[in-house]
Design a protein around this ligand. Structure first.
Ligand SMILES: Cc1cc2nc3c(=O)[nH]c(=O)nc-3n(C[C@H](O)[C@H](O)[C@H](O)COP(=O)(O)OP(=O)(O)OC[C@H]3O[C@@H](n4cnc5c(N)ncnc54)[C@H](O)[C@@H]3O)c2cc1C
Length: 321
């Protein structure tokens, strides 16, 4: 197998979700594994990827690739697939990753399995795992032709450093005329303090049990005290209490922090699938029969308005002592 992983970057950092896919591919130990970084002034990023299992990193470094647009990236990867005989291209899901993966599948007439949460090599065949029926079952999926393209849910794999180094190989950038017609006019960044929920080791998430948007300050203060990020359920996002970018679950983000504190969250299956691989799950809920207690490692039966501020005070006191 000859695999390449699309290594998406923001600024000078490769995305944790892309490095997770790279680590997973390295753990399969099946054939050649390379990464590809695409952008402007991205050469130094190749070094970061070596630590996570890439023996080689293809570098497409060109001012024309500065804007995070998909079609120029499809050009680069499609050419790489043809020139290097690559049979498998893996992506972590993101707005850009999904767009490039879909564009590549169309360009190469290749099969794309999306929304995967795992992959294995069985008797030399690649088998992906995808949740189905509202995430209540997992199905095995395969490919009938090459190249195989896979898009993984963000946060499906933790990056693990293996301490290697990658050889960087420059690739020629030659863009199709139709790929350069789109232009990025503006790029806005949501301002937020602390780590993003994809990268955070600690997530404090709020649900409808908080009672209203203003009470999200309880969750924010606890997250701040723990150096973590704030997550939310779809119910509160749909109600406009908190931004969509913080939604955890089937139609939001998949996260796997070391600690997940769920405040006033019932633990519906669609929420559970987005956070069940967290290291330790703590649930605070006033209903002792809430489903979240069935899979929480630690449960506090109580009112979030009483428990959360006390917890924040304790964390602050512990940190300052
Ligand atoms: C196709 C589909 C996709 C979906 N995708 C997602 C998704 O990605 N993410 C997601 O989260 N949901 C998703 N949902 C919605 C999901 O089914 C639930 O409706 C949602 O997760 C419930 O959110 P909640 O826990 O905040 O609210 P609720 O289910 O209303 O739970 C609130 C909880 O707070 C507790 N509570 C109330 N007051 C207090 C208090 N004062 N102190 C302590 N506890 C209190 C209650 O006992 C209750 O358990 C999806 C649904 C569908 C159909």
């Amino acid at each position: 197998m000859s695999t390449v992983v699309f290594l998406e970057h923001h600024g000078n950092e490769l995305l944790k979700s892309s490095l997770g896919v790279l680590s997973k591919a390295a753990s399969l130990g099946d054939g050649d594994l390379a990464g590809v970084v695409i952008g402007s002034d991205v050469r130094p990023l190749a070094e970061q990827a070596g630590k996570f299992g890439a023996a080689k990193v293809y570098v497409a470094d060109d001012a024309q690739l500065e804007a995070p647009l998909s079609q120029p990236r499809v050009d680069v990867i499609a050419r790489l697939v043809r020139d290097k005989g690559i049979d498998t291209v893996l992506f972590a899901n993101s707005v850009l990753g999904a767009d490039v993966a879909a564009g590549l599948a169309a360009r190469l007439d290749a099969g794309l399995n999306w929304d995967l949460v795992d992959v294995a090599s069985e008797d030399g065949k690649l088998v992906g795992k995808r949740p189905a029926l509202q995430d209540s079952v997992y199905v095995d999926v395969g490919w009938t032709s090459e190249p195989r393209i896979a898009l993984f849910r963000s946060g499906s794999f933790d990056p693990s450093e293996s301490g290697g180094t990658a050889e960087a190989e420059d690739v020629q950038v030659s863009l199709e005329d139709f790929s350069t017609t789109a232009r990025m006019v503006d790029q806005a960044h949501e301002t937020s303090e602390g780590p993003s929920i994809e990268d955070a080791d600690v997530i404090v998430a709020g649900g409808r049990g908080l009672g209203g948007p203003d009470n999200f300050t309880l969750v924010e203060e606890l997250a701040k005290a723990l150096g973590g990020a704030v997550g939310a359920t779809r119910a509160v996002v749909d109600a406009g209490w908190y931004p969509y970018s913080t939604q955890v679950g089937q139609t939001g983000k998949t996260v796997s922090p070391k600690l997940y504190i769920a405040c006033g969250i019932s633990g519906a299956i669609q929420h559970k699938v987005g956070m069940q691989s967290s290291g330790v799950i703590v649930a605070i809920n006033k209903d002792p029969n809430a489903p979240i207690f069935e899979f929480a490692d630690l449960g506090v039966v109580g009112d979030v308005h009483e428990v959360v501020p006390k917890l924040t005070e304790l964390v602050k006191a512990r940190k300052s002592s």
